[in-house]
Design a protein around this ligand. Structure first.
Ligand code: ES4
Ligand code: ZN
Length: 326
């Protein structure tokens, strides 16, 4: 219909995408075979049937298992190339990709293998599609700050290709305060700062992300809406929230898409954006996320345009590059 056509053609940036979460079951099987890795599924249908989650941890358990098929630089290149082809098909002009180095280094995969495979695919996408990109290294918050610090050390030779650091994995019980020092060090290295906050965790974690980590963006941020003073602060600061509707539905952050807070966020003047998070696991790439939330909340073209504009203004592109996209 008319809205689908509008969404499909809308130039957009994707700001919240875990590259390991774009691993489709077909590629998982191909890489399992290529690398002689056993996976506990007989076929693609069995994999998809396993993607029924009741919370974030349910998902994370299967997400860390899935990434176990990624071994070589070529694997990371193929994974990233497949995502970028899908993003291009969705009129994505700019991507800011998260990766989880600790999910790989703890399995004995070299940091360099991961970064070089991903970044070669990003270079190709610029040449092939004109898609610009930033790369954001996330620390796993269920691990220690010392382990995050060691990961930042490993990243030092690659800071020419890494634009920012983020914080992901199991949120509750692992507040931003646990990582205050490593994020201070990242800031001193001129890295951009983001953190997942308020996905399952309370508004206090969003305050910590702002006050202790000094984030440039909040990933998710849904539970900020429980605290009117926090909403006012986020709006006044022009803080971008990278919202992920299908993720929120699949991880039971919302009970129903009709109950999704995106429209309330926009009404409260929050700088919300729409993103796919882990599209292979949550059932759709960025346009499917726009479509699902637009249908459920009856979003207008003006609201959809605001979301797409927010994705560029909230990106880490420099002002000249933003001006070209807007
Ligand atoms: C994630 Cl949806 C989500 N939340 C937290 N950590 C993650 N890692 C990958 N996807
Ligand atoms: Zn995420």
């Amino acid at each position: 219909d008319d809205r689908a056509t509008f969404i499909a053609a809308l130039p957009k940036a994707e700001l919240h995408l875990h590259i390991e979460g774009s691993l489709e079951p077909e590629l998982m099987f191909e890489l399992a075979q290529r690398n002689n890795v056993a996976i506990p599924f007989a076929n693609v249908e069995e994999v998809r049937a396993a993607y029924a989650f009741s919370n974030l941890q349910d998902f994370l358990d299967i997400y860390y298992q899935g990434m176990g098929v990624l071994h070589t630089e070529q694997d990371f290149f193929d994974l990233t190339t497949a995502y970028l082809a899908r993003a291009h098909a969705d009129a994505v002009r700019h991507v800011e990709i998260f990766f989880d180095p600790q999910g790989h280094t703890e399995r004995g995969i070299a940091f360099a293998t991961v970064v070089l495979g991903i970044s070669r695919a990003l270079d190709d996408a610029l040449a092939r599609y004109g898609i610009t990109s930033k790369l954001i290294m996330c620390f796993l918050r269920h691990l220690s700050e010392a382990e995050a610090d060691a990961t930042l050390d490993e990243a030092l030779p690659y800071l020419g290709r890494i634009d920012g650091v983020g914080l992901d994995s199991s949120e509750v019980g692992h507040p931003p305060s646990k990582f205050e020092r490593v994020f201070a060090r990242a800031r001193s290295l001129d890295l951009k700062i983001v953190a997942h906050a308020g996905e399952e965790g309370p508004p206090a974690y969003v305050y910590e992300a702002l006050d202790l980590l000094k984030v440039d963006r909040i990933d998710h941020g849904n539970r900020s809406l429980e605290d009117p003073a926090l909403v006012a602060r986020l709006a006044a600061a022009g803080m971008t929230l990278t919202v992920c509707p299908l993720s929120n539905l699949k991880l039971c952050v919302v009970d129903d898409m009709a109950a999704h807070p995106l429209k309330i966020m926009l009404s409260a003047r929050l700088h919300a954006t729409v993103n796919s998070d882990d599209p292979s696991y949550f059932g759709g790439y960025v346009n499917a996320n726009y479509q699902a939330v637009a249908d459920a909340l009856d979003l207008s073209k003006a609201e959809l345009l605001t979301l797409a504009r927010n994705s560029f203004t909230g990106s880490f592109l420099d002002d000249a590059a933003k001006a070209k996209q807007l």
